[in-house]
Design a protein around this ligand. Structure first.
Ligand code: ZN
Length: 218
């Protein structure tokens, strides 16, 4: 079943690797912190094995010489499949690991009832004293990423890198963001503070609420 948003989606190609694509659609969308004129759909890179594998290879070449130590990949926004392929790519060499068994940890945090990220006891070994690469689907205001970075520090880990499929941020908390796509790949992409949104000013209804997992129409 397709809906109006899906019907309007256009494919955008990565400048570095034409096999890596995302979908985007123009309109009036709300995130938890902003209103945006594009909904960016990165689902294919998260749920299709071949696409995730290609994206992981592309991410590896971007991370090379930017991130040196990775023991653990923390996956946000349902990026575990991509995280698995990324670990495989990073294990090919050039990235230093302190793990005893020469393989990376791939974990995902839980969010408690007051929206704090947390790790259960059985996962803490993957964070404490480890170099952690955080992988997200999309990064627009950096608020979620800041909370994730604080969580890693809280459990005794060191954030050695932050990467995402799409990002409009160049850095968060002094940490450089390495992404496959930026707003420059989407002509005219703009994020507005909800109180300054020109669509809202013209009383144009919000089409969907969006986050790193996807969209829900109102
Ligand atoms: Zn608006």
């Amino acid at each position: 079943m397709t809906d109006k948003i899906q019907e309007r989606m256009t494919k955008f190609y990565s400048g570095d690797d034409r096999s890596v694509t995302i979908n985007a659609v123009q309109g009036h969308f709300a995130t938890s912190n902003s209103h945006i004129n594009y909904y960016i759909d990165v689902t294919r890179l998260k749920v299709r094995a071949k696409e995730a594998e290609n994206a992981a290879a592309s991410l590896r070449s971007k991370l090379l010489h930017q991130v040196e130590d990775v023991d653990t990949i923390v996956c946000l926004d349902g990026t575990e499949v991509l995280g698995g392929f990324l670990a495989q790519e990073l294990e090919k060499g050039s990235f230093h690991m302190t793990n005893k068994h020469d393989t990376m940890y791939i974990i995902t945090p839980e969010e408690n009832s007051i929206h704090q990220f947390m790790f259960r006891q059985n996962n803490r070994l993957a964070i404490e004293g480890k170099n952690v690469l955080i992988l997200a689907a999309t990064l627009t205001t950096g608020e979620t990423m800041k909370r994730m970075m604080e969580c890693v520090s809280y459990y005794g880990g060191r954030v050695s890198g932050v990467t995402s499929i799409f990002s409009t941020m160049k850095e968060v908390n002094g940490q450089r963001i390495i992404s496959l796509f930026t707003e420059n790949d989407l002509p005219g992409y703009t994020a507005y503070h909800p109180s300054e949104c020109p669509f809202c000013a013209k009383k144009i209804p919000i089409e969907a609420v969006v986050n790193g997992y996807g969209y829900s129409t109102l």
